[in-house]
Write a protein that binds this ligand. Sequence first.
Ligand code: AMP
Length: 514
Amino acid sequence: MSNRSLTKDELGSNNLYALFRGRFPADLSQVFLETGQGRAYTYEDVERETARYAAFLAGLGLAKGDRVLAHVEKSPQALFLSLACFRAGLIYLPLNPAYRKNEVEYVLSDAEPKAVVCGSESLAMMRELGVEQVETLDGEGDAGGSLVGKCRQLQPDFATVACEGKDLAAILYTSGTTGRPKGAMISHRNLAANDLALQDCWRWTSRDVLLHTLPIYHVHGLFVACHCALLSGARMIFLNKFDARTVVRTLHRATIFMGVPTYYTRLLEEPGFGKDVCGNIRLFISGSAPLLEQTFYAFQQRTGHAILERYGMTETGINTSNPVEGPRIAGTVGQPLPGVSVRVVDDAGKTLPPGEVGELQVKGDHVAAGYWRKPAETAEAFTADGYLKTGDLGRRGPNGYFSVVGRAKDLVITGGLNVYPKEIEAAMDQMEGIAESAVIGVPHPDFGEALVALVVLASGGKGLREAEILAKLKEVLANYKVPKRVFFLNELPRNVMGKVQKNLLRAQPEYAPF
Ligand code: AMP
């Protein structure tokens, strides 16, 4: 794939929304999004609703550079809110709605959003957390009525705010090795660069119909999926969540499906899933975690489709992709997108020849400038010549295709969601009766990896049981971060440097989740 950098013209006023708007279909009455309940929103609705939301936010006194935290379930309105923030020059900050009070509290103190938009079920929590400016997206809000309700009274016109490419469009929190999430600062230019490259590489056109089942608090579902559709004047079937049966029933109406590997293993478990429901599909795309080769081949055999695997991360969007035309190779993540440089380096930072495993480093217009209010972590994340250290281990194949072979940093990806063991260990280590703990990811046919906790009890904690520990963790952590099992040990294996040897724990077959 050739190198192609962004022209000023492509960036429009440098506001990402202006770029999208310039590419909407001439006939705005074309449908952009339809919901699982059959409600359709046209491109004209996108233009009108985002104008109203942007005017509403500006009317609250929010100005360029202010943060808007969204703690909302997936809905078309949540997507419009993100676009409205771009339009108004505000920084969109989505959180997983499963985040509990203490997780939200941390982000509130770190990002200091000027306004919070939440679901009505979290309004009381936001008030308890002392949020002054809080609106519900739909439901009962502050001054009576939700944001959507209040916006209905507003005129649907708003002049999109001029931005510079480096102005921030979003902050996406991604867990750090310290266990505390860090806010990746994503600019209008970062998103425009990646969205345009992807639209081109994946050959999006206005005839495409994306079946969208991913969450929209994460880069994959929010940016990669929705922005490609917006840039192409395409249509999305927007389902609230992934459900294999519903996907099997709906696929025949779509041309593109995007998912994490778990979605593909779940589809393969559906007896009704096969060639006949995939008749219209031109691309199945997978990413956010490694797609097992056995899944790639089983899928190919069942449907005739070679899943297109790509590699990305919150800080960058997509870095590499298998091709639309040309071979898609199982166990690889393809080649760098246009405008993206990828290299493999050893511990000393020396670039390695093809075939050798080292850290993957990436550079390009799509790479975030760093982490919000974390200059030390930002400096640590980049090399002197401007490459982002991904923390992933990989190699370049002789054909120029890259493979991701592991993670230098300690991260577990379960069901496509990232979990940093450190965060769970810290919660367990604080419990009375626990001396120390280690959390590992073990292979799981459905989730890819499942979390398992290994616990050493303190002398006074002999009576502590698995169920009690799990129940306590559920109070402070989102469900997907709670381990599937807890096993008890007399001591944790450590190396001479005092580091817990998780590789030895992972090698023990008895620590199976079931
Ligand atoms: P996130 O920031 O949540 O998008 O997670 C990024 C991490 O997911 C990367 O650093 C990789 O470790 C992992 N990842 C994403 N795509 C792939 C892939 N295709 N194969 C293996 N790992 C992947």
